[in-house]
Design a protein around this ligand. Structure first.
Ligand SMILES: [Fe+2]
Length: 104
């Protein structure tokens, strides 16, 4: 089943540009891709908003400052999601953005 894609190549480029850690590291892009794959599987089963699943997968660890203990990384990811949204880097209605923020 298809779902509307919210991640565009230029958005992923922007996320990568500011990512502080190893792109291929423990919490880098391969992890995000796995979160996306498993998130779609679970999200379809429970009727989740798959746009939120997709954005969460590629944003939730994007603000990590290290691979170990970084308890504020989720809050920073939520702030970053709002920053990107305010600059029209992805389209999402207010209620779905609130879900994304809560998930981060
Ligand atoms: Fe993660």
């Amino acid at each position: 089943m298809k779902h509307p894609r919210v991640m565009k190549p230029d958005l992923l480029t922007e996320i990568r540009r500011q990512f502080r850690l190893d792109w291929a590291g423990h919490h880098g892009f391969p992890h995000w891709a796995r979160v996306y794959r498993h998130g779609l599987y679970v999200g379809r089963a429970v009727g989740a908003d798959l746009r939120v699943v997709e954005l969460f997968a590629f944003l939730h660890d994007s603000q990590r400052q290290n691979e170990y203990t970084d308890p504020e990384h989720g809050h920073r990811a939520a702030d970053y999601a709002c920053w990107l949204h305010a600059r029209h880097r992805f389209e999402l209605d207010r209620s779905a953005l609130a879900l994304l923020v809560a998930a981060c």
